[in-house]
Write a protein that binds this ligand. Sequence first.
Ligand code: MSK
Length: 653
Amino acid sequence: MAKPTTVIRPEDITICETTQQMIAKARRDGVELFFDRAEAIKPCPIGASSACCKHCSMGPCRISPSDPYGKVGICGATIDTISARNFGRMVAAGTAAHTDHGMAMLDLFRGVIEGTVTDFAIKDHIKLFEVAESLDIETEARPILEVARDVYEALEKTYTQVEGEIPLVKRVPKKTLETWRKEGLVPRGAMREIMEMMHRSAMGVDQDYENITKQISRTALADGWGGSMVSTDISDILFGTPAPREVTVDMGVLKEDQVNIIVHGHEPILLEAMMVSADAPSIKEMAKEAGAKGINLVGMCCSGLDVLSRHGIPHAGNFSSTEAALVTGAVDAMTVDVQCIKQDLHKVAQCYDTTFITTNYRAKIEGALHIELDEHDPMKCTDEIIIKGIMRFKNRSKEIEIPKKTARGIHGFSHEYIKYMLGGSFRGGYEPLNDNIINGRIRGVAGVVGCTNPRSKQDFSHVELVKELIKNDVLVVQTGCSQMALAKAGLTSPGASALAGPGLAEVCETVGIPPILGLGACVDNSRILMAVAEMVKTGGLGDAIADLPVAGCAPEWMSEKAIAIGQYFVASGVYTVFGHTFPVTDDTRFTRLLFGGLEAKGLGSWGFADSPHEMARLMIAHIDKKRKELGIDKSRERVLMDMSDRRALAANE
Ligand code: MSK
């Protein structure tokens, strides 16, 4: 394996102290991490600006980002066509990832209904009935399985429907839906939309950037209000809707005297099955015989967030820390399924004699051990993984260094729980949230989500941005690796309200919640869509999602999935800021359409900023603009974090 060549200080690479410690250890051990390659491989400036077209063998054709209208591709494609096609393909890829994940959940649901999958069952009957009612499916005095069958058939259309509106658009606020209808954006099934996006962005097909952008929005909406929403609904029905619980996070959750098994990826089924295997008396006995005090199941990345939300399983860190966790030498097995799994994890695992196992037929890694998870007999796979972990524990030979740091916080919120926590069981609803926004205690709501990226100091922008938002009375909801950045920084505990502005702090202290609410994995962003739809339905804040004083941000994004998510928020009416880079060329007509033109059509808008403070400024300015339009504005100053705020945080950690 290549040796690290860089000398950048770990504290300049990440603010995550445990990852810093492991970067230093990896350097001592001569192990290269992706941070090192991010330093060694410079991004191509033309590719980064999306000014390169490689859809046919006449090219690739490169346009100069500094003179975007100076020339066209060999076929005559303009910079606007080229950028729109590239952007559309990112959205199609991201949508495909989310919807294929949703399809896997739907397959599992079908197996449970048909009785071919017997290790899982319908766990959350209330959620099943709520989903059924939202689809106008009769539930009164009907057997559970009959309702479930109808729900399955309706949700399958979310993927396969070739014509007409998908069933879940019933959840979209009326005025937002009218805008989509007027603009021709209401999605059909995701398969149809992805297929058409790929076709229209092929050489010689759609060469009108505005027309391509319509298909981009329609594809993304088939994800947010379709495939992604289905996967969250089905996960809740099968594994239970999350409820808040206190959870320990960061690399200190690894235990030297236990068999440490890390589960990383995005499919909840793997970790749910791992939990059953780890609890089996025969497996526990085997671990004991090997000299271990127990089996320590730990999540990472997004499937980790899933089981953290549902079961309180500890979480070791986000995307940028997955290699670092292996560097501890304490991981006896790391098992992965799909999405955001770096190919080099296998090589880093080899350096520390960690057993690295792929489990999904869609995602093998060359040279890595593959033990396939079959939903008809999932424990066959997960038992074997744990046994391999026990064997590695027994034969541990590498130096072990586990960082000491952990943080505790509350996780496991959902749009349903927000309703309950604000109004209780009898008068649960979004009225208290809307009322507190109208009276100004809460300025607005921000969704801060998305990845970490080795080209951006890990966690820094997430944490700085969120601190500034809550200081300015903006309630923050989170998913994905961003949620874990804030959790590690100790900001997901109720004590974090010491850093919030007076209005937000008062609401949080009254209700007993942190000012930052973690809603789960990146595949659960549809929970945020449902929350904003509830805010519109509740009334007092306009008639469309675009009227709400809300904004979104992915400060350190890296995946195509993030672009699909950003576009479905924008097309739903949300101002959405991305940080660190944006895949378009400055000052083109396509870029102006994304960054303003869509808003003029009644949708949301993209925004971009490099620093978290500028991101906060843009988001707060947008929230204030919406407050003004709603007539609920009061003059208020934007407050910046100072040293006393930082001390207050330290005292609360
Ligand atoms: S894992 S898509 S790095 S949030 Fe969902 Fe994290 Fe982004 Fe992957």
